[in-house]
Design a protein around this ligand. Structure first.
Ligand SMILES: Cc1ncc(COP(=O)(O)O)c(C=O)c1O
Length: 477
């Protein structure tokens, strides 16, 4: 019975047996549970009973008996000379947990904003950059990571952000993190919060914004106050009504999600406000690379690096799966943020950081962004052309930049259009999802609309998604 003691079946098997009770029954129960839960898949070769007995501190005969009984019950298959394996028909019962975490049903057409085209990830170029980066990395790169981030990446980012986004920084003011959400957690969350806490007062945010960020801030105990928006972006003058506000979180290059840039006068005004009241501006530059019709709008941070915390990530430009982002900090905040990060890097893989540094330095990042900019602009143009033919009465905004557009709807119709879209298998958001709960209709009228992410589908699926969108848009009144 069972496999050769020194054969290839010397695989490790972790089983926990209760301290008391019969050993054979306990071992059988533990093996059945491991098979049932899928931890031991059909065909998995078990360790020889002698090794298992030694590992578990039980008698060899006990382990041999347990194997033999489970084979007799059909859970295991024992073959002379080839060891004991989990039987092919011992299909695991789908565990509740497995069912809960299984991915939700995919929509037929996915126009949810916020994701780049996952089929366009530059796999070959990223791999090549990774190979070069790992080949030339010093040995210390494979030790515990510096919480500020690899210097190679900070040098590359300082150069790139200055060149492409007008950010004024040096590598010492950059702290690498796993994305904008992580940056907000570092700044507001926890006992040593850099900007949070009751003394910090409420945080001003835009009346329309990412609910995920609002929820994250709320969990950190931060009260957010909404600034109304108009065609020039956030109403900076409204900050005067909230003298306790010391920080404002804005998306100046491309208001999220309504789409326009913050007007030049307001960019200056928010810096004046910060200087005058000893406040800070948090600049979320989530998709600043993607601007199609005009010169890119540079970062507000360039106006006053001591008053602005600049946040960015590769989530839109490359992939949100990488979890790589950065904060460009006023000098006096660097040490405080590093104190929150702790002694060792716990979030951003040093190896991915080295790869990104190499990707940027070798020009691969710029090439990818340029390629994607063309691709997304073509998609945006296709969307506009289709809408012009099939729904010319629908006003489209936020189209000069980014990866999504906003389609305005008649008041009171958003919900029914979203329902029709869901029925058609079309996933997209309505503007209501992004509205701050505290913004009253007097401060800013409620706008009905659809937020259409035109970057998400793969190329081959895009035209059908736009056609499905046109199908569910309401006819003219
Ligand atoms: C407004 C906004 N900010 C930031 C991000 C990026 O977040 P992260 O870097 O945490 O992936 C997104 C989504 O990609 C976003 O929509």
């Amino acid at each position: 019975m069972a496999g050769p003691p020194d054969g290839p079946a010397g695989s490790d098997l972790h089983l926990e047996l209760p301290a008391t009770g019969g050993r054979r029954a306990a071992l059988m129960a533990a093996l059945r549970e491991a098979i049932r839960s899928g931890r031991l898949a059909p065909g998995t070769r078990l360790p020889p009973y002698r090794s298992l007995a030694a590992d578990l501190g039980i008698a060899r005969n006990t382990a041999a008996d347990a194997y033999a009984e489970l084979a007799a019950e059909g859970w295991l298959t024992a073959r002379q000379g080839s060891g004991t394996t989990v039987a092919d028909r011992a299909e695991p019962v789908a565990a509740t947990r497995a069912r809960r975490t299984s991915p939700s049903r995919r929509p037929a057409h996915d126009l949810i904003q916020g994701r780049p085209d996952a089929s366009a990830f530059p796999r070959a170029d990223w791999l090549a950059a990774g190979r070069r980066a790992l080949t030339s990395a010093p040995n210390e790169a494979f030790g515990p990571g510096d919480p500020q981030g690899r210097r190679e990446l900070r040098v590359a980012l300082a150069d790139y952000l200055a060149r492409a986004r007008g950010v004024r920084t040096d590598p010492e003011r950059i702290v690498v993190c796993s994305g904008v959400a992580h940056a907000l957690r570092l700044l507001f969350d926890g006992a040593g919060a850099v900007l949070g806490g009751p003394a910090a007062g409420p945080l001003a945010v835009e009346a329309y914004g990412l609910g995920f960020h609002r929820a994250l801030l709320a969990r950190a105990g931060v009260t957010t106050l909404p600034l109304p928006l108009d065609e020039d972006g956030a109403r900076i003058d409204a900050l005067a009504e909230h003298p306790t506000v010391r920080t404002a979180l804005l998306t100046p290059a491309h208001q999220f999600p309504t789409g326009g840039p913050l007007h030049a006068a307001r960019r200056a005004a928010v810096i004046d406000w910060a200087r005058g009241s000893g406040a800070l501006v948090l600049e979320d530059d989530y998709d600043g690379e993607f601007r199609y019709d005009r010169r890119p709008v540079g970062a507000v941070q360039g106006l006053d690096p001591e008053r602005v915390i600049y946040l960015g990530s590769v989530s839109k430009s490359l992939s949100p799966a990488l979890r790589l982002g950065w904060m460009v900090l006023p000098e006096q905040l660097v040490d405080r943020v590093l104190a929150v990060k702790g002694e060792r890097e716990a979030w951003a893989s040093a190896l991915d950081q080295l790869t990104l540094a190499e990707f940027i330095e070798s020009g691969g990042y710029d090439r990818h962004v340029r390629r994607m900019r063309r691709r997304y602009r073509d998609r945006r143009d296709h969307l506009l052309a289709e809408l012009a033919v099939r729904a010319p009465h629908i006003e489209v905004s936020g189209i000069a930049a980014g990866l999504h557009a906003v389609l305005r709807l008649a008041p009171g119709t958003e919900r029914s259009v979203l329902k029709a879209a869901a029925y058609r298998g079309l996933a997209l958001d309505g503007l209501a999802d992004y509205r701050h709960p505290l913004i009253g209709p007097d401060a800013m009228p409620v706008a009905d609309g659809l937020v259409v992410g035109y970057a998400t589908p793969a190329d081959h699926a895009y035209q059908a998604a736009v056609a499905a969108l046109c199908d569910v848009l309401p006819a003219p009144l």
